[in-house]
Design a protein around this ligand. Structure first.
Ligand code: GLU
Length: 427
């Protein structure tokens, strides 16, 4: 049963990103040669590596890193630890990173990877050995000016610290430079950036605020629901609550809950910290069927979990006026057509969740300059950058008379097209 779900998601994400890309390329009339270049991934690294478990047995793991494109700078993007990680998922997610970095105006390309595991099945010590051995297996395929991983689904600052330490420690003594910026999203004590933890959720809410301003709406009292209560879901809920919006529904792999009087994001987060990250068992909520989640009567939906969650199965049930894509690829192409037809606004993932990689960029700069930045400054820079990308997306949508996802792609693709036209193709 589980394998079936995995296969379905795998084909779905890659197909989706390519459909989105080809549609935008058609609308803007992207140069044919450049379309061919961007349709392919530059490098695909698959590693199999052994790790000794706590019980003394050996298990062999499979890890991936797909490097889609580096025309604008080093490959950049997260590593996820999840059963759905495979080559197609890594490809799709790497491609989304290229568009995301280009749209945000960052000097980065796109990469993504991870390990096909459910981290809940391993102890902390095992996860450390798995992470370190994966980093060792990737070797010089990653590097601070080559390919810079970051947190993603089920990976966090601790995992980034282990990667940085392993990367630096496994170089020969003469080459053991202070290359901690081989990864971003590190703990603050290890070169991490103040505010990187909340950067994605903060950015999601910055785009929702920009949307509210555009539509002359007030977020105060607006009801919203969040799918996934990990780093992105929690921080998005935290910043929405600060705007006076009310969280009324939450879903994760452990359950689906609703309370029309409001769920306190802080209390839920505290609960999750003590409950292995799961929301199940949180008090004073009503449990509902998982399939009915997106149909909850609310104003704003923030999918902040996995890809392909809003599909033909539930698109027609949606009553919200806005979907803000905190996750990568949460809405499939067929569902999007229905939502647009219904007049529902979608802030596309490559714009909506770009606060994460933008925060990573500031961390990388901070490390390169041997500085320590203040959180107040970081949040101002983040909001400015994401608002610029939001406005460019709107302007391009007007110019091409198209939806926001397509226009966000066009902004990204124009930047890539320009760089290829200026530099040509070697030799
Ligand atoms: N994993 C995040 C994303 O999907 C962050 C990537 C990064 O910071 O490099 O955008």
């Amino acid at each position: 049963m589980e394998t079936k779900t995995i296969v379905k998601q795998k084909t779905g994400m890659y197909e989706n990103v390519m459909k989105q890309f080809n549609h935008a390329a058609d609308v803007m009339g992207l140069n044919e040669g450049i379309r061919k270049i961007l349709s392919a991934t530059n490098n695909e690294i698959v590693v199999h590596f052994p790790v000794k478990l706590d019980n003394g047995k050996i298990e062999v793991f499979t890890g991936y890193r797909v490097q889609h494109n580096n025309a604008l700078g080093p490959y950049k993007g997260g590593l996820r630890f999840h059963p759905t990680v495979d080559i197609d998922a890594a490809r799709a997610l790497a491609i989304w990173m290229t568009w995301k970095s280009a749209l945000a105006g960052l000097p980065y390309g796109g990469g993504k990877g991870g390990i096909q595991i459910d981290p809940k099945n391993y102890s902390q010590a095992e996860l450390e050995r798995i992470t370190r051995r994966f980093t060792y297996a990737l070797g010089d395929n990653i590097g601070p000016d080559l390919d810079i991983p970051a947190p993603d689904v089920n990976t966090n600052s601790q995992i980034m610290a282990w990667i940085a330490d392993t990367y630096v420690s496994t170089k020969s003594p003469a080459n053991r430079h202070n290359n901690l910026h081989v990864v971003t999203g590190k703990p603050v004590g290890s070169g991490g950036l103040e505010g990187r933890d909340r950067a994605t959720g903060f950015g999601v809410v910055a785009t929702i605020k920009a949307w509210a301003q555009l539509k002359n709406k007030n977020l105060k009292g607006k009801k919203f629901i969040v799918q996934g209560f990990g780093n992105v879901g929690y921080w998005a809920a935290h910043f929405m609550a600060k705007e006076g919006a009310i969280l009324i529904g939450v879903q994760d792999a452990s359950g689906t809950m609703i309370n029309n009087n409001g769920i306190d994001p802080e209390a839920l987060n505290d609960y999750c910290q003590k409950n292995k990250g799961a929301i199940a068992g949180f008090p004073n909520v009503e449990l509902i069927e998982a399939e009915t989640f997106f149909g909850i009567d609310c104003d704003i939906i923030i999918p902040a979990a996995l890809g392909n969650q809003i599909t033909l199965k539930n698109a027609n049930d949606i009553k919200a006026e806005l979907i803000a894509e905190g996750a990568n690829g949460p809405t499939d192409v067929a569902a999007e057509a229905i939502l647009l037809e219904k007049g529902i606004n979608i802030i596309p993932d490559i714009l909506c969740n770009s606060g994460g990689v933008t925060g990573s960029y500031y961390e990388w700069l901070q490390n390169k300059r041997s500085e320590n930045w203040k959180i107040e400054d970081v949040l101002i820079l983040l909001e400015d950058k994401i608002t610029v990308a939001f406005n460019k997306t709107l302007k391009t949508a007007e110019q091409y008379k198209t939806d926001w996802r397509t226009s966000a792609y066009i902004v990204a693709l124009q930047r890539l097209e320009q760089t290829y036209i200026e530099r040509g193709v070697f030799p």
